[in-house]
Each structure stands twice: as structure tokens, then as C-alpha cells.
Design a protein around this ligand. Structure first.
Ligand code: NAI
Length: 338
């Protein structure tokens, strides 16, 4: 019997609630899969985010320890832990933002699609909980294969009658973070001031960096374009191989997830011009889901930007990406409709 250990910061829930209600923005955020390789550093970084007033940490293992540990940080958010399916509904009730890094990661030699059989069911169960307990929440999906888990989430919400396409976002931020880093390296720029749009999806050839649209404006040789495209598309595999069986990207992913979650929260707060890339329900191409730059606001995704002018190399990449994406989307949809 798991203990009922819904922990709170020792200084007390009431005061934190007052603080949250007292004008300063304070959002309630749940992390599902919070004890994992991504979940733990993600919980740490969200506990440091001043926009978060309540942080719920849910997993099927080890949340008591992670929660006790994180809750000692002297930052504003109240932390509560939830363990196992029977506490899922409590973890979700009242949340403004739910971040999902639950599920198994890749080992060397695996594609993201090899994770489908296990992670599809996990995402389905968690989204059923969201539909029931916090249907208005913004949902950030990290669990792979993102190209299929986002369509799965959408189908679950449609079935429950709660689907809002503006609130379901696949997290492709790590591809952007990697692209900014690798492009800055090649050009000798500061990665913090380098902006590379990455569109399509989140697996292999579906990860399509638009190097013709890099800011600040710059030009590349064909050799640099080939090198950068390949490295950005296979950045995840680079980490999986270096970790040699112990998992996939966790630390850079937690960083990327927090960068993205923070953008969602700033949007919810009403900040203007919050723009990031994300994999969402979209009419930019003929596919029902596609990653492009989106503007985030109080309603979630408030504007989806078009692809912009593509060069011939990018147009060819787009055709390849769409072919693979179509199959991954169909696989996700059929998993729920079957
Ligand atoms: P991990 O195995 O270290 O952690 C996963 C956590 O999920 C574990 O603590 C596990 O207990 C938990 N979990 C399993 N079933 C659950 C359930 N039914 N409910 C709640 N929690 C459950 O894996 P890691 O490295 O944290 O990766 C998590 C996922 O994120 C993987 O699917 C991985 O492929 C994906 N990922 C996505 C990236 C992206 O860019 N979107 C980048 C890197 C990883």
C-alpha cells in the first residue's frame, strides 16, 4: 500500500495559496513521469520557475523520494507527490499545464517508433485522466514517438468530447535547441542569439531544420547544410549511442521542456509575441498534425505560422518528412479508433 504522502513545503500550503492568488501569476503544473530521467531534472527546473505556484509530481514509482528532495528547495512553488494510478486523478485536478515525459526511452539501435507499443498505452491512460480531471489544461507531450503520441492524445480527447486543438502540443523544442547550438558552432555565433526554425515532426527525416531561415541571416556551403541537417536529425541518436544503453537525452531534454513550458505559461499569463516551434493540429500542410512556429497565448496555440519560403533542398526534405509523418499519424489514430 503506497503511503498517502501528499507532501507540501514545510512553510505551509495556505501561505503559498495566498501568494498565488495575490496578483502575481501562479500556475499549477503537473509532471507525469516525474521520477524518470527527464522527469527529475524537469521537476527541479520547474520548481525554480517563478510562474509556477503549485507543482504536482506523478509517477508509478519513486515519487515520494523525488518529492521530498525537490520540496526542500527554497523557491515559491508548493510541491506535492502522487504515486500510482490510484493517485492520478488527484495529481491532475485543477492543473493549468500538464507535462508528459512518461514512458520508456530508446536504447542503441532503436527508432522512436520502436517505443510505440509501450508508450502509446501510457499516453492514452494519462490523457484519459486529463480529459476527466483538467480538460482545460495545456498539455505538453514529450513521450515518444511524439509524431504518434500527439495524434493519440487528440483521439482520446475527441472521444471524451474535450478536444481543443490549441491545447495539445508535442514538444519538439529539443530539436530547436540542438539546431541553435550546432548552427552557432558552425558559424561562430552565440547560441542564445541564434534562431533556427525546425518544422515537420520529431523523428529522423521528419525533423526538418529550415537553414535558409536562420536568424541572424547567414549563408552556408552545401557541405555545411548536409552536415547540419544530418546532425540535427540524428542528435537524439548521438546521445543514445554515447549513453550506450542507459537511456536517451534527459538533461538537454529537461532544459528544452522547461524552455517550452515556460513559453506556454507566459502565453497563459497574456504575454505578447511568445513564439516557439511545436507539433500541433495544423492546416499548414495537408497532414492533420505538423510542427511549425506557433504563437502561444491565453488559449494555448493562438496562431500557426506558415512555413515561409523554402529552397529546393528544404522542399525535397519536406516531401520525405510528410511521407513518414503521414504513416506515424495514422498509426496513432488507429491505435485509439481500432
Ligand atoms: P525514463 O525511463 O528515465 O523515465 C520515464 C518515467 O516514466 C519513469 O520514471 C517511469 O516510471 C514513468 N512511467 C512509466 N509508466 C508510467 C505511467 N503509466 N504513468 C506515469 N509514469 C510512468 O525515460 P526518460 O529518459 O525520462 O524518457 C521519457 C520519454 O521521453 C521517452 O518516451 C523518451 O523517448 C522521450 N523523449 C522525448 C524527447 C523529445 O524531444 N520529445 C527527447 C528525449 C526523450
Amino acid at each position: 500500500n503506497p503511503p498517502n504522502f501528499q507532501m507540501e513545503e514545510s512553510c505551509g500550503l495556505n501561505r503559498a495559496n495566498c501568494r498565488a492568488k495575490g496578483g502575481a501569476a501562479g500556475f499549477k503544473v503537473a509532471i507525469l513521469g516525474a521520477a524518470g530521467g527527464i522527469g527529475q531534472p524537469l521537476a527541479l527546473l520547474m520548481k525554480m520557475n517563478p510562474l509556477v505556484s503549485v507543482l504536482h509530481l506523478y509517477d508509478v514509482v519513486n515519487t515520494p523520494g523525488v518529492t521530498a528532495d525537490i520540496s526542500h528547495m527554497d523557491t515559491g512553488a508548493v510541491v506535492r507527490g502522487f504515486l500510482g494510478q490510484q493517485q492520478l486523478e488527484d495529481a491532475l485536478t485543477g492543473m493549468d499545464l500538464v507535462i508528459i515525459p512518461a514512458g520508456v526511452p530508446r536504447k542503441p539501435g532503436m527508432t522512436r517508433d520502436d517505443l510505440f507499443n509501450i508508450n502509446a498505452g501510457i499516453v492514452k491512460t494519462l490523457c484519459e485522466g486529463i480529459a476527466k480531471c483538467c480538460p482545460q489544461a495545456i498539455v505538453n507531450i514529450i513521450s515518444n514517438p511524439v509524431n504518434s503520441t500527439v495524434p493519440i492524445a487528440a483521439e482520446v480527447f475527441k472521444k471524451a468530447g474535450t478536444f481543443d486543438p490549441n491545447r495539445v502540443l508535442g514538444v519538439t523544442m529539443l530539436d530547436v535547441v540542438r539546431a541553435n547550438t550546432f548552427v552557432a558552432e558552425v558559424l561562430g555565433l552565440d547560441p542564445r542569439e541564434t534562431d533556427v526554425p525546425v518544422v515537420g515532426g520529431h523523428a529522423g527525416v521528419t525533423i526538418l531544420p529550415l537553414l535558409s531561415q536562420v536568424k541572424p541571416p547567414c549563408s552556408f556551403t552545401q557541405k555545411e547544410i548536409d552536415y547540419l541537417t544530418d546532425r540535427i536529425q540524428n542528435g537524439g541518436t548521438e546521445v543514445v549511442e554515447a549513453k550506450a544503453g542507459s537511456g536517451s537525452a534527459t538533461l538537454s531534454m529537461a532544459y528544452a521542456a522547461v524552455k517550452f513550458a515556460d513559453a506556454c505559461l507566459r502565453g497563459l499569463r497574456g504575454d505578447a509575441s511568445v513564439v516557439q516551434c511545436a507539433y500541433v493540429a495544423s492546416a499548414v500542410t495537408e497532414l492533420p498534425f505538423f510542427a511549425t512556429k506557433v504563437r502561444l497565448g491565453r488559449a494555448g496555440v493562438e496562431e500557426i505560422y506558415p512555413l515561409g519560403p523554402l529552397n529546393e533542398y528544404e522542399r525535397a526534405g519536406l516531401e520525405k518528412a510528410k511521407k513518414e509523418l503521414a504513416a506515424s499519424i495514422q498509426k496513432g489514430v488507429s491505435f485509439i479508433r481500432k
